[in-house]
Design a protein around this ligand. Structure first.
Ligand SMILES: C[S@@+](CC[C@H](N)C(=O)[O-])C[C@H]1O[C@@H](n2cnc3c(N)ncnc32)[C@H](O)[C@@H]1O
Length: 273
């Protein structure tokens, strides 16, 4: 097999192994993290704003199914896909327990053609699954093929320029850590002793990968611009009033030019022409 194909398979296998390892506790720990909850709520609001209940939704990298359950309960017809079998199992369990009607499939974003010929009114991807794909342009084509003309992609994506992270690690003189998001290559990110391969994007570089697949941008805002990143949850817990103020600031100026290119994540809406 060609060397590059083997490298891609290894990257995908590592990432799957890492998410399999945390699947059981993933949802509980995320539900306790106020920044993650705030980011998730903003994706929910965006889907609610752009897509009417009753529409078909594809959740790209659904993890343990928190969003699948939420949208299914609101009357959307949801299909969740994830590359980690353990996450898929958690999501199916969750949907069953909630008594909601949704389909969860063990399908990677890189193999979305397995869902053909089904097409969806919209797709969303919450909290970074698209950072884990090895070829974003190819993923954009595959996602575009699964959307009807005029269909939307709503994605929260881990960004490159995170002011808190740069300040924090520069203050500690950990220069390599401060620069980690600037690598154009996939980066090995540790997760409970295993490795998630991650590529960080500016909104512009992310959007470029989707242009050839016929998408254009509808809206863009920063998430976690003034609010510290999710891994600083202990700080957020000690300073709840400050973080509430920073959250309001994020919501107020997060879509301003300049501001919207920064942040721990960005939330982008794109339409397939
Ligand atoms: C940070 S978690 C987010 C999970 C979920 N969207 C949420 O908001 O809780 C990233 C998820 O993306 C999944 N993932 C990683 N690479 C993937 C790929 N190539 N295809 C589909 N899912 C993938 C992981 O298994 C994991 O469940």
């Amino acid at each position: 097999m060609e060397e590059r194909a083997v490298a891609v398979m290894n990257v995908l296998a590592d990432t799957r192994h890492a998410f399999d390892g945390v699947a059981r506790d993933y949802d509980r720990s995320n539900a306790q993290n106020r920044t993650i909850c705030a980011m998730r709520e903003r994706l929910w609001q965006t889907v609610d704003r752009f897509v009417t209940p009753g529409s078909s939704l594809l959740d790209l990298g659904c993890g343990p199914g928190c969003d699948v359950e939420r949208f299914a309960a609101r009357g959307y017809r949801v299909t969740g896909v994830d590359w980690s079998p353990a996450m898929v199992q958690e999501a199916r369990h969750r949907v069953r327990q909630a008594g909601t009607n949704a389909d969860v499939r063990h399908v990677g974003i890189h193999e979305l053609d397995r869902l053909a010929p089904t097409v969806f009114d919209a797709a969303y991807s919450d909290l970074g699954p698209l950072n884990c794909v090895t070829d974003l342009s190819r993923a954009a084509t595959l996602i575009g093929d699964r959307l009807r003309p005029g269909g939307l992609l709503i994605a929260s994506v881990i960004g490159r320029v995170c002011p808190w992270e740069i300040a924090l690690y520069s203050a500690r003189r950990q220069w390599a850590r401060a620069r980690v998001r600037y690598s154009p290559a996939m980066t090995a990110v540790p997760l409970e002793g295993r490795t998630v391969w991650t590529r960080y994007y500016t909104p512009e570089s992310f959007e470029r990968a989707f242009l050839d697949a016929g998408f254009h941008r509808v809206s863009l805002r920063a998430l976690g611009l003034f609010v510290p990143p999710p891994y600083m949850d202990a700080f957020a817990g000690r300073h709840p009033a400050l973080v509430d103020t920073l959250q309001r600031l994020d919501d107020r100026v997060g879509d301003w030019p300049g501001m919207r290119s920064c942040g721990d994540h960005f939330l982008i809406v794109m339409r397939k022409s």
